[in-house]
Design a protein. Structure first.
Length: 368
């Protein structure tokens, strides 16, 4: 069966047109509150991309979204909607904190490796129960993962207030991690290469870990038997079962990998930036990961690019709220419009483009 449109149009053209539509509606909204949309865009671009300080924050946010976007993508390929990235990242933070606080690491590289494992294991374990409920009892993964988000927040609140908080401290957070566990920032990494980068920007070596995770997901999904089984199960669970693929095993493995990737996000926020475990360290990144996965078509390269876009919106929006009278909430509206056009209204853009390509192919065949 011939495809309705080329792969490049599906991956590049459809999201690009969706973004342009979202930008056009956003411009109308900004004009509606009496502000200049051109000046707002200039402010966002200069705030997020106009300096190494801005780039540092953009890449810091993008790193979070890469982990959660990849987590959602893996579950998507197995036809599951993992909305629990937020809770899995919270519990992953607990794993990172325990590894950093209670084991005396001699060097940050060892701390990075084992804290990543700790975050991944804790995140995966938090995804395991919803996975078992889905695989064994048919409980819908969306409902159970949402429930586990609330449970993760309550559990973390209890642990930080009652158990892990240092004596005489009023702040619901753990003690600061020891000096050897502190990760190098992009400033530290790029300085020996003679490249100037802002000291105060929070972007750190976790960015490289997120890019490595994207490569891992690509290899897993498209170059391994497990990835083939995941995609086959996602396309048709009935056909996959006839082919000998165990649905319980695939469901649980997909959710374990998804939860592990979400849990690794805490390496960036907890070990890399805060250098202690604090309440609400995830800052909604688990939910943004859903939008990132939708926009990136569940492909690792698309997820990386979509993460940078949402990092730009986060940092540019913060600068916009700081230096103009445009409220911070408007940035949430712009993000919502991007999600609306790239996700919910995807077919509104896709179907006309498909018709154009079918018409062009038909006229080409007649001329031939």
């Amino acid at each position: 069966m011939m495809e309705k449109m080329p792969a490049w149009a599906d991956v590049v053209l459809v999201p690009l047109i969706s973004l342009l539509l979202a930008a056009a509606i956003s411009a109308l909204v900004i004009m509606g509150i009496g502000e200049d949309p051109v000046a707002a865009v200039k402010m966002m671009v200069s705030g997020a991309l106009g300096s190494t300080y801005g780039w540092g924050y953009t890449l810091y946010y993008a790193t979070n979204f890469m982990f959660t976007g990849l987590a959602v993508s893996v579950a998507f390929h197995a036809k599951m909607f993992n909305i629990g990235g937020e809770g899995q990242a919270m519990i992953g933070g607990l794993g990172v904190a325990l590894m950093a606080l209670f084991i005396p690491w001699p060097h940050w590289s060892l701390a990075l490796i084992f804290c990543s494992i700790g975050g991944a294991v804790f995140g995966a374990l938090w995804a395991l129960i919803p996975a078992i409920l889905q695989a064994k009892r048919g409980s819908h993964i969306v409902i159970t993962t949402i429930m586990f988000n609330f449970m993760a927040a309550a559990l973390l609140n209890y642990l930080l207030v009652s158990i892990l908080r240092p004596v005489k401290s009023m702040d619901p957070a753990t003690a600061s991690f020891p000096e050897p566990t502190h990760l190098p920032t992009l400033h530290d990494i790029l300085m020996p290469l003679g490249i100037e980068f802002s000291k105060s920007a929070p972007a750190n070596v976790s960015l490289l870990l997120a890019l490595a995770a994207a490569v891992f997901v690509w290899v897993l999904i498209w170059r391994t038997r497990l990835g083939y089984a995941l995609r086959a199960f996602g396309h048709s669970d009935t056909a996959a079962q006839y082919a000998g693929i165990n649905p319980v095993k695939i469901t649980i493995l997909a959710m374990l990998i998804s939860g592990g990737l979400a849990g690794m996000m805490a390496v960036n926020t907890t070990l890399g930036e805060a250098e202690r475990l604090v309440l609400n360290a995830t800052e909604g990144a688990g939910f943004i990961g859903i939008a990132v996965a939708l926009m990136g078509r569940s492909h690792p390269l698309g997820v990386v690019l979509a993460s940078i876009l949402f990092g730009f919106l986060y940092q540019g929006g913060a600068e916009l709220a700081l230096w103009t009278s445009i409220p911070r909430e408007l940035i949430v509206v712009i993000q919502a419009l991007v999600i609306l056009f790239t996700g919910a209204l995807d077919n509104m853009v896709r179907m006309p483009i498909e018709r154009i390509f079918i018409a062009l192919r038909g006229s080409g065949d007649r001329n031939g």
